[in-house]
Design a protein around this ligand. Sequence first.
Ligand code: ATP
Length: 287
Amino acid sequence: MNALPAPTPSSAAPLSELPVTEDRGSGRIAGTDLTVAFKSRAGRNTALENVSFAVGGGEFVALLGPSGCGKSTLLNVIAGIVQPTGGSVAIDGVAVSRPQPKCGVVFQQHSLFPWMTVLENVAFGPQMLGFADPLGAARKLLRTVGLEGYEAAWPESLSGGMKQRVGIARALAVNPPVLLMDEPFGALDAQTRSIMQEELLKLWSEFHSTIVFVTHDIDEAIFLSDRILVMKTSPGGIRQEIVVDIPRPRGPEVIGSEAFRRIRQRIFGLIREETLKVFRAGGASGS
Ligand SMILES: Nc1ncnc2c1ncn2[C@@H]1O[C@H](COP(=O)(O)OP(=O)(O)OP(=O)(O)O)[C@@H](O)[C@H]1O
């Protein structure tokens, strides 16, 4: 694991003085000819084939597509959790071969440690990386995600939305240049989900991490992203790149705009074609 420098945050410092990694302002991701094949009982399952892409530092990119098109697999390759069968991925020019602190990861199923309080969960990463004041950094993050006062709470006592906010705070606590999010709001009700999307955009405007965000939800992808990589099936890959040219800051009102509707319609057609391909191939599982 690459060791990061140990910054010295003060608990009263503003966000801009949170622990800074040497990669601050970077976070460029490049995938080249990525292929991932899993061995299964039925034989070889090619989840991704010859996928190449680039994400700019500080960019917000969504991976969108039907079930089984390889969104999570692609995210896990960037995270260093899955090793590609062919090709490579690099962050700021350095090949990814294992999970590293440069990448914060947030999953749909919040992976908080149930035996730790909220504060301890968020302070864990900074502690592991030897930050000078992990508890101070964690408290500051909890204030930022609106959970001041919940430091001593246990994860099991929190709502789904609160747990996800703790998960995001935990991922951001080491100030990673790259934040990878796999359907982080997928289990939330529609209202909470919409509020979390707005909160995420506010956080992103402060942290400037590169974000790669997996979702099934077309509106969520458009609302959040600079660019959407619409994925395809059989084999998994990137079918088309859509630039979301809707100005920021974005509020819920943009969803009714003509620009939003136009992009939604274009993506809807692409996803429908890909989903029909899965149905015709007899691979629809209903998941
Ligand atoms: N660990 C694994 N072992 C075997 N096959 C896998 C594994 N992980 C993923 N797959 C297969 O790879 C393909 C892509 O899966 P992946 O989870 O990346 O798709 P996805 O687009 O994220 O799907 P969903 O939206 O349903 O989560 C699927 O056919 C899946 O069954």
